[in-house]
Design a protein around this ligand. Structure first.
Ligand code: VYG
Length: 164
């Protein structure tokens, strides 16, 4: 299973339930990487999705929430990341990756079982209340693009990590 996120300086990924920047190139990257896969997200991330992307088109959407009464059109519910990964969700066709797409709590819960990280790094300092999980020494960097400049002027790059 893999995690994908976009972070500014200090690992900031969100502020008050939304992403405090607009980086169109990252949306395109996210769309391309997670296309046709199964995505697992926390309920707050589900709520943060723009209406037209709820559910994320062309993907199985699994929402992690302890609220047994929660339901939403286009979403499957799981009580934990563990259950989301081991339930019938995991029966997605072999070879398709399960992508954990946010937010902070779900990343932390999923990291221990992840073998791949796709991180968009933004050269941007913004205030935020949510941080990406720490990427420690167990991870090796599998790829890193050169720094690019977004049409919005933000410098960014795509970095991938792997571990056995
Ligand atoms: C893109 C934001 C993003 N970037 C990376 N690298 N990793 C993520 N985990 C991630 O957060 C996905 C869930 C939040 O997503 C959005 N939050 C606010 C506005 C828009 C979105 N997107 C736009 C693209 C859309 C499509 F279906 F086209 F992919 C899905 C919803």
């Amino acid at each position: 299973m893999a995690l994908i996120w976009a972070q500014a300086h200090d690992g900031i990924i969100g502020d008050a339930g939304s992403i405090p920047w607009h980086l169109p190139e990252d949306l395109a990257h996210f769309k391309a990487v997670t296309d046709a896969a199964t995505v697992v997200m926390g309920r707050r991330t589900w709520d943060s999705l723009p209406e037209r992307f709820r559910p994320l088109p062309g993907r199985r959407n699994v929402v992690v929430t302890r609220d047994a009464g929660w339901a939403a059109a286009g979403a499957e519910r799981a009580v934990s990341v563990e259950k989301a990964l081991s339930g019938d969700t995991a029966s997605t066709e072999p070879g398709t990756t399960i992508w954990v797409i946010g937010g902070g709590e779900v990343y932390r819960e999923a990291l221990a079982r992840a073998s791949r990280l796709e991180v968009t790094e933004l050269d941007l300092a913004v205030p935020g209340d949510t941080r990406a999980p720490a990427v420690d020494g167990e991870w090796t960097r599998a790829h890193a693009s050169e720094w690019m400049v977004s049409r919005t002027g933000i410098r960014y790059r795509f970095v991938g990590y792997e571990r056995p």
